[in-house]
Design a protein around this ligand. Sequence first.
Ligand SMILES: [Zn+2]
Length: 407
Amino acid sequence: MTTTRFRSAAVAALLLLSSCAGAPPREAPPAPQPSPVPAPPPVVTPRPGVVVPSPAEAAGTRFIRVLLSGGTQEAVLEGKTIRAWGVDGRLAAEATGRVTLAAVGERIRWGGSGLLGDTLDAAGDPDLRVGNREVVGRIRLLARKGELLAIAVVPLETYVSAVLSREAPPRFHPEALSAMAVAVRTYAVGAAAKPRDPAYDVVGSVEDQVFDGVDGVSAVFREATDRTRGLVVRYRGELARTVYHSTCGGRTEDAGSVWGKDIPYLRSQSCDDCADSPAYRWEYRMSEAEGRRVAKALGVPPGKDLRIAVTARTPTGRAGRVRISSGGVSRELQAAEFRKAAGYAKVRSLKMEVVPAAGGWRFTGEGWGHGVGLCQFGANGMARRGAGFREILARYYPGTEISGETP
Ligand SMILES: [Zn+2]
């Protein structure tokens, strides 16, 4: 089990809970005007490859480096005033309103002006937006082989509340939100201990935890973060892998059944507290056309006799393997692979049955997500019965302890 696989699976299903509220479109601001005027060096002490916050920010504050955009040649920055400094600490460029940055090999083009170095630290006055995300503090821009990376450096607790706002419904009980905040923080601190890349710790999307910027975070999420400030989950002194999901549907899953590796504190637990989740029981009608699309995507040329069947189950009753067959071609695959191809929001969990039905197939199931670790709706049910966040975490991550970030 690789860290990457683990992270992806950990959050993929849960994120479907998130709404898709984006920033309102903005009118195009005036063209950028890079400043030829040298400015005094900003109060940063840059080190190559490391995003450096200002000393005031850095004093006693932990930061998470979040990749906001990558894999593209350009990034758009917006702000009333946008300034960028090179690694020597000197002001390299300035713009008002909006500026497009492009990677040209290992260098950065600032708007319509000439080429700058491969690394810039940008900040907005008063704020800065990258794409539709508002970020606080600075962002680092890196040109790497024609690709421009935009990396936000976010105070840990700000990151936790921002992620929480996308990963949990605001109507959840405060103790359930507090439990989630600890799980989100633990995940982030663990990721930072083993960064994905020398330049950043986490990706701000479903690959890790969704980070859509810091604006519009409701007070309930900030309060849950504040109540648990600095707290993380540990198992025998090590940071735990605090995976979570929306709804287990009655019993959580063993990590070993999903990722092939047993983890002592990620063992199946019975859970009857998520019964009021809208996904506790679900049904999905897959049309013939959709079934053909899925079969084709999974390498089985679909004919009239297309069949989909569960061929193995985990000890908790979840589908382990699925067979797709048609016209003498048969393929058996991991059920998780099938679910991904069918769509996480359609086949909501692997705690499911599939039978042929008129015009296609009928899926019926329980829960939403991979089922490992903390069941969010279960946590909410526990909190409504009077449980505190420590009790909630102890139930879903048995044998772990809650401690401050630094042991
Ligand atoms: Zn549950």
